[in-house]
Design a protein around this ligand. Structure first.
Ligand code: ADP
Ligand code: MG
Length: 252
């Protein structure tokens, strides 16, 4: 479970004075447990695609299906993680993670146990009573991910999730987050403008054109050593070839 299909989606933003066309006939699908990245120039419509999938925006035309079900409004099957972690500074790690479940009245023993296990598995248990400002950027991002996973979504949407972190932290955090997502067996759609990040994490990459976004290219990513981590992939011989291919596509 966790198959996403986007069919012939167009998006125009309207204001009193003008109309901006952001998406121009976008169709693609993502398989269960697949990691798909979307790259493209700044302002081309990447976040718009994610906002439509999660149900925050209604497309001007076209449809989104999750497990063959037409999406109409915000779907509980989808979790969303942003560039900034949006943790509440006045709540502890534990309370930040519990908040969504409490609001949705979904907090039960089973969910609580699941969260305890996630915190233990991902080295955050000792920090559960700390406040966000006592954590490193990477730990904050892991807390944000666990908060999203607590609701047990089948599909995760990541919008430039590491771009607020410095380079060194970013490499390590993307490695950590990747391992968590694989272990939890989630379908992932990640938007990024960092080509290396996309290559190091994805099974497949879509390249978008300038606004209004069209899909310019689709690239399957295969590394000989299959279960290698993002950090290892960056050093693998195939890496440069993929990078050059994407670079050429984005600059043509
Ligand atoms: P990206 O995430 O690729 O940087 P966005 O999807 O955020 O791009 O935006 C695509 C285009 O749509 C941009 O030109 C942006 O200015 C415009 N846009 C985004 N949101 C709105 C909005 N709420 N109203 C009007 N225009 C918008
Ligand atoms: Mg964006």
């Amino acid at each position: 479970m966790g198959k996403v299909e986007i069919k012939e989606v167009y998006m125009n933003y309207h204001s009193l004075k003008s109309s901006t066309s952001a998406l121009n006939n976008i169709s693609f699908s993502v398989n269960d447990s697949e990691f798909l990245s979307i790259v493209g120039p700044s302002g081309c419509g990447k976040s718009t695609i994610l906002n439509i999938i999660v149900g925050l925006l209604k497309p001007s035309s076209g449809e989104v299906y999750i497990d063959s079900e037409l999406i109409n409004g915000v779907s509980p099957k989808i979790g969303y993680m942003f560039q900034r972690d949006h943790l509440f500074e006045w709540l502890t790690v534990w309370d930040n993670i519990m908040l969504g479940l409490k609001i949705q009245h979904k907090l039960d023993i089973e969910k609580k146990d699941r969260i305890i296990n996630l915190l233990k598995d991902y080295s955050l248990w000792d920090f559960k009573d700390h406040y966000p400002n006592e954590l490193s950027g990477g730990m904050r991002q892991r807390v944000a991910l666990i908060r999203t996973l607590a609701l047990n979504p089948e599909v995760l949407l990541l919008d430039e999730p590491f771009s607020a972190l410095d380079y060194q932290t970013r490499l390590n955090v993307s490695d950590d987050i990747y391992k968590i997502l694989k272990k939890e067996n989630k379908t992932v759609i990640m938007v990024t403008h960092d080509l290396s990040e996309a290559i190091s994490m994805s099974d497949r990459i879509l390249v978008l054109s300038n606004r209004p976004a069209k899909i310019k290219k689709e690239l399957n990513i295969n590394f000989e050593l299959d279960s290698v981590s993002p950090l290892k992939r960056r050093e693998a011989p195939e890496f440069r070839g993929y990078f050059n291919e994407l670079w050429k596509e984005l600059n043509s």
